[in-house]
Design a protein around this ligand. Structure first.
Ligand code: HDE
Length: 704
């Protein structure tokens, strides 16, 4: 095994192409003499059909695109490795989960609804797909940053996707759920209530891909050496904590830097700030399958951490950017059906449907059944079987045998049972049921956990949810759909429904709409069915803000707002303190290049008020110096800090710069720090650790 730091550097070496000092050739290796001119009859044409070198070049160019993913088209990825840190052998025989093992992996983050070129900051779910290259073949974890899903049965998936995608007549809007078809569908599907709450929360506008939680969503099964199964839920916890931006900020970032998340991930890895996540599991003995007030096979439900605690079993580190976006990120083919011994499906009806869809998608998208031979998809332990031919076959099988059983090749490749060895074995689960096309009534409680989510949020987070519903429903044209959704919100929480209703100028109906009930009764004829009493009514783990205080400011960017004549001495103390915490000071001035400090030194500046905007920074400092006079009359500066204030970020002002607060309508609070105050540097870092002072929105009436 290579050393873990190099685990990915060595994987692709044989596929890397280095053009340094190389002669340009055709695809067949013929040296190209002139790469500027087509072959013509005379220098003024016409061009000739026999220009085989031109035809070779254009043939390839014309086919440079493959179909983008139907969903999750917009993605960014990185290589990394996973280290197993706990002994879980009592539950699973998975080799890569054995304590002490290190396994290379490739992780692709994505948004769901937008096209491949859409903005990173859309309000959306984030995909969280990992291909583990284990010694027992590839294991694909294809999860999301939200632990539940909109629908319970795979049969509804194409409809959900059609509803959220741009509307088919005019292909609008791009990467947005704020339109009629989406809310028409959602308001007719009460099972979507829980996930809608998550998508309308700040979870759907993350600060960074490095700050995403990841979830397997479905319940899976661990299987041990003795063949015993244990239900398992997977969670990824980012070491940097889970954080979001404000909605107003998200919309502005989309305009200023549509690649904000992609760039952030790329730069962090290039800088050696390798993002890390802990893998945690919730384990549920088979005997407890039916123990809870909800069904553990229902993908619209979480298992509250208070009910089944999380156990950390390993750590993932992303340490290498892809060499080539298309070859790796675009051609990566994930499939929840890529399992390894020791992990199996549960009977979750959504998961069961995924087993077909991903394989089918890859076949279509990557042009045939040999997509697993692409470097990014290859297992590291090699593959040996009798499958042959097909589009884009790149392996060259040797010999005359491609069948089993055979004697000519001494029965090879042999299957494990022939030699007393072990391969993948499905969990032997007893089945004694009728074949039916039906939904279990244990899936019929659609609102209890939506309520749990809402009640577990801080006041500021609840406000953001109210604002998000108000924004989305205001964008739709149909009052009937608005009322239908308000009726759903009323089942979740009366205050929520009232507030959203107020913003829409509507009174939320008390009962579900007749049409919603008609559809719900197709699945559950006696709908609504009285829900069981929930075990947990509030869960701190569901709030990002409650957890934020435990945070770190590592890798955060602090804008130092300077200009000609800035005092270097005024910057030093804070800059050193930030560095010690792993954060970075970024100088911004009215022009790029250099500025002269008050002390007469030259300071290099890469960012200016013209090219940079406050929404791309986490916190702000205005140092002392002659620069303060310049900034006082610079509307771009005043807007910069005002917006930072509005978005509830931490701001610090040196003594001489305090007068700028007034000019930019900033008033003092616990995240606005002035140099004169006690332990101002520590206080500023403390405020940054809270991520945002969301209470500022209400207190200062600065809705963000
Ligand atoms: Fe997916 N999903 N999905 N999905 N999904 C795809 O596969 C599908 C679902 C998820 O980074 C597609 O390669 C069905 C849940 C991620 O390349 C497609 C159903 C969860 C990614 C597909 C679901 C996901 C996909 C599109 C319901 C969270 C991006 C392109 C039965 C647990 C993978 C592709 C990547 C991608 C089908 C529901 C996560 C069409 C039929 C639930 C992260 O095959």
């Amino acid at each position: 095994m290579p050393k873990k730091e190099n685990i990915n550097q060595e994987r692709f070496t044989k596929n890397l192409i280095d053009n340094t000092n190389k002669l340009l050739t055709s695809n067949d290796g013929v040296p190209i003499h002139d790469n500027n001119n087509t072959l013509k009859a005379g220098s003024r044409g016409p061009s000739l059909m026999q220009d085989h070198l031109f035809l070779d070049k254009l043939m390839h160019f014309d086919r440079e695109r493959i179909p983008e993913r139907v969903v999750h088209a917009r993605g960014s990825a990185a290589h990394g490795y996973f280290e197993a840190t706990a002994d879980v052998s009592a539950y699973t025989k998975a080799d890569f989960l054995k304590k002490g093992k290190t396994t290379p992996l490739f992780l692709r983050f994505s948004t769901v609804a937008g096209f491949k070129g859409s903005t990173d900051l859309a309000r959306d779910v984030r995909g969280f797909s990992i291909k583990f290259y284990t010694q027992e073949g590839n294991y694909d974890f294809v999860g999301n940053n939200i632990p539940v899903f909109f629908i319970q049965d795979a049969m509804n998936f194409p409809d959900l996707v059609h509803a959220v995608k741009p509307e088919p007549n005019n292909e609008m809007p791009q990467a947005a759920s704020a339109h009629d078809t989406f809310w028409d569908f959602i308001s007719l599907m009460p099972e979507a209530a829980h996930m809608s709450m998550w998508v309308m929360s700040d979870r759907a506008i993350p600060r960074s891909l490095r700050m995403l939680e990841g979830f397997g969503v479905h319940t899976f099964k661990f299987v041990n050496e003795q063949g015993k199964g244990t239900f398992v839920k997977f969670h990824w916890k980012p070491k940097l904590g889970a954080h979001a931006v404000a909605w107003n900020e998200a919309q502005k970032i989309s305009g200023f830097d549509a690649d904000f998340h992609r760039r952030d991930l790329w730069e962090a890895i290039e800088n050696g700030d390798f993002p890390q996540w802990d893998l945690a599991v919730q384990l549920i003995p088979e005997e407890d399958e039916l123990k809870y007030s909800f069904d553990i096979l229902d993908p619209t439900k979480i298992i509250p951490e208070e009910l089944v605690p999380l156990q950390i079993i390993g750590t993932m580190t992303l340490n290498k950017n892809p060499e080539n976006f298309f070859a790796e990120t675009e051609q990566a083919a994930f499939d929840p059906g890529r399992l390894v011994p020791g992990i199996d499906f549960s009977d979750d009806p959504l998961l069961q449907g995924r087993v077909f869809s991903y394989l089918d998608t890859q076949n279509y998208r990557l042009g045939g059944p040999n997509f697993h031979e692409l470097p990014i998809n290859r297992p590291i332990n090699g593959k040996h079987n009798n499958q042959k031919d097909g589009f884009a076959k790149s392996d060259i099988p040797t010999g005359n045998v491609s069948y089993f059983p055979n004697s000519i090749a001494s029965g090879c490749p042999y299957h494990a049972m022939l030699n007393g060895e072990k391969g993948f074995e499905s969990h032997e689960q007893p089945i004694k049921e009728k074949k039916v096309r039906r939904r279990s009534d244990s899936f019929a409680d659609h609102f209890t956990q939506a309520r749990l989510f809402f009640k577990s949020q801080t006041a500021a987070e609840q406000n953001h949810i109210i604002n998000a519903f108000s924004f989305e429903l205001s964008k739709i044209k149909s009052e009937q759909i608005r009322l239908r959704e308000l009726a759903i919100l009323n089942q979740i929480d009366v205050k929520l429904a009232e507030q959203v209703g107020k913003n829409l100028g509507l009174v939320p109906p008390k009962e579900l709409d007749e049409l919603t009930l008609t559809f719900a009764r197709q699945n559950h004829p006696n709908y609504p069915i009285k829900p069981k009493k929930p075990e947990v009514e509030k869960s701190e783990a569901l709030s990002m803000v409650v957890k934020a205080g435990e945070g770190t400011i590592a890798t955060r960017k602090v804008a130092f707002l300077i200009d000609e004549g800035v005092s270097l001495a005024s910057m030093k103390k804070l800059e050193d303190a930030l560095k010690a915490e792993g954060a970075t000071a970024v100088y911004i001035a009215s022009h790029v290049g250099t500025v002269n400090s008050k002390e007469g030194q030259t300071i290099a500046v890469q960012h200016s008020y013209l090219t940079d905007v406050s929404v791309c920074f986490d916190a702000f400092y205005t140092p002392d110096g002659d620069s303060v006079q310049e900034l006082e009359n610079n509307p771009d500066y005043l807007q910069f800090v005002n917006e930072g204030f509005r978005h509830c970020k931490a701001l610090a002002f040196a003594k001489g710069a305090e007068k700028l607060m007034n000019k930019s309508f900033i008033t003092k609070d616990e995240a606005v720090i002035v140099e004169g105050q006690d332990r101002w540097v520590e206080e500023f870092i403390k405020a940054m650790k809270q991520h945002r002072l969301w209470t500022r929105e209400q207190a200062r009436k600065v809705p963000s």
